[in-house]
Design a protein around this ligand. Structure first.
Ligand code: NAD
Length: 490
């Protein structure tokens, strides 16, 4: 619970409806000023097993509930989230280093995830098939059992909620491991909310650990035989490991990973729309969004005009401690992220890139930075940055812009800005991404749509009926009324 807007008091991990204490704890740091936001239980295998056992024990009764009853729980969770809106905002600001406006956006979105999940409870859970032998041939979707959820720190509210709301509505029970950088906003806050909403003990469990013990806890969660599915959102290197382990145990895993997304600005674009889509897409939450605009590809004839207006717009964004609502650009979440972004800026400048805006790094802060003269040999062209850095690159033809977009192992989202809808849809079709938004930034999400990437950006889709498909088993059940003949020899 929140002691103040800048500190949280942690009751323990949440297992079987109880607050579970541990002897070991770790410091959860406010990235703006380095102060301790909370002391958080540092669990391991034993706590993970206890949570899985609790989830397994709760599974039969939860799965057997009427769909209307599970829908009511989802709606109750949404109501509690709405009542605690400002608590979430305070946590997202102090623990997550997010701008106040970003916290307000997330806290408005998260209840909708649970309302969309409630709606899914009323969807069809099967199909009737024709049968060769006049049987009643049914396809049924049934819950899997315990689902393990591993969530990231950048949008801890949305990405945690999205990871577990639909599997829960489908009748599964949950063990959630939030990021060690946001164990409250992305984990124990949800435990408080679901507890208050009266969700039965064991249906939803939250376990926490430090970065030092994350592979121990993660391995147990993925490999334990009672865990039937994994919902992972995070980086590509960790996602690859999780998917490989889940594959070895023949478990379903939905992994939503990193990105290197482009915004493609065509010569006929509305420049105001193009520069605002670039600025929001590149700098919202310091560029720490998987769908952030990292490459801005601009048609040659409008390149100078675009660059001037983009720099003018981004130079107005203030950087600093998010305790002040004026600071739209807060800190990066941790020193690892700062080192990665600093390296990419320095590598680019050393190889001939030019910083036409920003480039300064201090403490955990990075100014909004716009780089030009970027070439494919630079890390900032190839690798995900996950910081407030945009590169602006000119192109001549649509084919060249498409090739530049596709020149990455990632394939999450993209944006195309033009007045020519036909041309935009043709480009959208040829981009190797899971999502593409015409006349908008690459940063877009809604609870009921198929969210997810292609290539190294992930496998599987989150959202609406796609989540329901991922986190249920499909079964074929038939009822024979004596029509299927067997060979007489039998
Ligand atoms: P991360 O991969 O370091 O951590 C994600 C989660 O995995 C955290 O909960 C972390 O504790 C856990 N984890 C780390 N190592 C683990 C291990 N060995 N076993 C089990 N769990 C482990 O990523 P991050 O730094 O928290 O998040 C940033 C990354 O997430 C970026 O690459 C970003 O693009 C990606 N992301 C993707 C999406 C999407 O929907 N595609 C959304 C948000 C973030």
């Amino acid at each position: 619970m929140l002691d103040s807007p800048t500190k949280a008091r942690i009751e323990g991990m949440y297992v079987g409806g109880q607050w579970l204490q541990t002897t070991r704890h770790f410091d959860d740091i406010n990235p703006s000023d380095g102060s301790v936001y909370a002391r958080v239980p540092d669990g391991g295998r034993a706590e993970t097993r206890a949570a899985i056992d609790a989830a397994q024990a709760a599974f039969p009764a939860w799965a057997a509930l009427m769909h209307t009853e599970r829908a009511r729980y989802m709606l109750k969770i949404a109501d509690v989230l709405e009542r605690r809106k400002m608590d979430y905002v305070a946590a997202a600001v102090a623990e997550g280093g997010g701008w106040f406006g970003k916290g307000m956006f997330e806290s408005g979105y998260v209840p909708e995830v649970f309302r969309a999940a409630a709606a899914m409870c009323y969807n069809a859970i099967g199909e009737m098939m024709p049968s060769d032998h006049g049987k009643i041939s049914m396809v049924q979707r049934v819950p899997m059992g315990v689902v393990g959820v591993i969530s990231p720190w950048n949008m801890p509210g949305i990405l945690t909620a999205r990871g577990f709301a639909f599997p829960l509505a489908a009748g599964n029970t949950i063990v959630l491991k939030p990021s060690e950088d946001t164990p409250y906003a992305g984990g124990l806050f949800f435990a408080e909310v679901l507890h208050e909403a009266g969700v039965p003990p064991g249906v939803f469990n939250v376990i926490t650990c430090s970065r030092d013990r994350v592979s121990e806890m993660g391995d147990e969660l993925v490999e334990h035989p009672l865990v039937k599915g994994i919902s992972f959102t995070g980086s590509t290197p960790v996602g690859r490991q999780i998917a490989a382990k889940a594959g070895a145990h023949l478990k379903k895993a939905c992994v939503e990973l990193g990105g290197k997304d482009s915004l493609i600005v065509l010569e006929d674009a509305d420049m105001d729309r193009a520069t605002s889509a670039a600025s929001f897409g590149a700098f919202m939450h310091q560029g720490q969004i998987c769908m952030s605009v990292e490459k801005v590809l601009v048609q040659e004839s409008v390149y100078p005009e675009f660059l001037r207006a983009f720099v003018a717009r981004a130079s107005k964004l203030k950087t600093g401690d998010t305790a002040s609502k004026d600071n739209v650009i807060g800190p990066l979440i941790n020193d690892r992220q700062v080192a990665r972004v600093k390296f990419q800026i320095e590598d680019a400048l050393a190889k001939g890139a030019k910083a036409v805006l920003g480039g300064r790094v201090w403490d955990r802060f990075v100014e909004p930075t716009i780089l030009t003269n970027v070439t494919p040999d630079m890390a900032v062209w190839q690798d995900e940055t996950f910081g407030p850095v945009a590169i602006v690159v000119p192109f001549k033809t649509d084919a060249e812009a498409i090739a530049m977009n596709n020149d990455t192992e990632y394939g999450l989202s993209a944006g195309v800005i033009t007045r020519d809808e036909h041309r935009a849809l043709d480009i959208a079709r040829r981009l190797e991404t899971g999502m593409c938004h015409v006349n908008c930034s690459s940063v877009n999400d809604e609870p009921h749509v198929p969210f997810g990437g292609s290539k190294a950006s992930g496998v599987g889709k989150h959202g609406g009926k796609w989540s329901m498909e991922t986190f249920t088993e499909t079964r074929w059940i038939t009822l024979d009324r004596g029509h299927r003949p067997f060979p007489p020899v039998f």
